[in-house]
Design a protein around this ligand. Sequence first.
Ligand SMILES: [Zn+2]
Length: 375
Amino acid sequence: MFELKTLRDPATATLHGKHNHQPYQKLKVVITKILAAFVIGFYFIGAQADEDYVSGINTTKNRESLVTKLKNKLYPEDIPLSAQGPAIPAKGYFVEEIKDGVYWITEGGYQMMFLTTGQGVIVVDAPPTIGSNIFAAIAEVTNEPITHLIYSHSHRDHIGSARLFPSTVQIIAHEDTYAQVKRAAIESLPLPTITFSDRYILSVGNKVVELAYYGPHHELGNIYIYVPRQKVLMLVDVIMPGWVPFKNLDWAQEVTGFLQAHDRVLSYDFDTFIGGHVGRLGTRKEIETARDYISDVLANSAKAFKAIGLSVSDLYVVAREVGTKNVWRVFDAYLDVVAQDCTERTLRQWRYRLAGADVFTEDHCWVVGQYLRLD
Ligand SMILES: [Zn+2]
């Protein structure tokens, strides 16, 4: 069985970054900060418009201190073999045919899909981390022009490189995605040219892609992208095969929808799943495993609330006994204790089964706890 290798105990990590400047040093720092703000501002506006930087805040010195803090939170560790994807070649991306003209591309952290049709290429998503390598990867396997681009949802970490596509490309998205891209017009993302509310069948050449929307989960407008003949299903930012979801149920806007999405995915007839993140594809069995993990988090959160057995009025009693009037702290402590109990129960089963379980289970327990308490 896989064992997590911890070469340095994170508890022993110390934080650096405290600076005690003398007055003359302060002046030097202020001047440096102003110069750095201009340099960083011009550099990033000109060369890396896809990244968010607030010039004037990220001075060189401040940045160094923050990077040191970040590094001090980390330590060498491995992930289970079952969570690892293919090695990324030196060219910076990996492209592979899944089946019969359906391909996926990854740079190790993000995933996208494209399909050759005989009459043009259909692309799904355009993550900025893959950027212009999207076109290099497609050119490796076909001379067909790109005719269609599908947005899985509006988050620009998945579609931000759409601006690199020719303006002749038809862009298809859910109508809520259209509204959100329009609202964020400052990001200069191209607006969808074709929208739909529930279903849309895209048929080009020898390929059919079925798009469907069942309501919000990770985000409003997140759609299921299904290639029925090749049995490939793509749903972004919900299920990461071999891994637990990203923090707080992947920032789910609608928790009920997020939880239900697991069963919805399994109602499709697919062999290959594309989740949009991490470096590997998923099988049906792995989606079942992801559903089992989420079910356990739900069950364990319920058990934790039951185990502590406190009502709101009990918490007022606890507050009086301790002598605090800071009710936010009382509730925060209560919810933390419940989330920690849920985490301990969950990790007994899952610590070595899914990558990142040790990182995000407590966050998932916390969100699910709120869901059980309030929804
Ligand atoms: Zn997203």
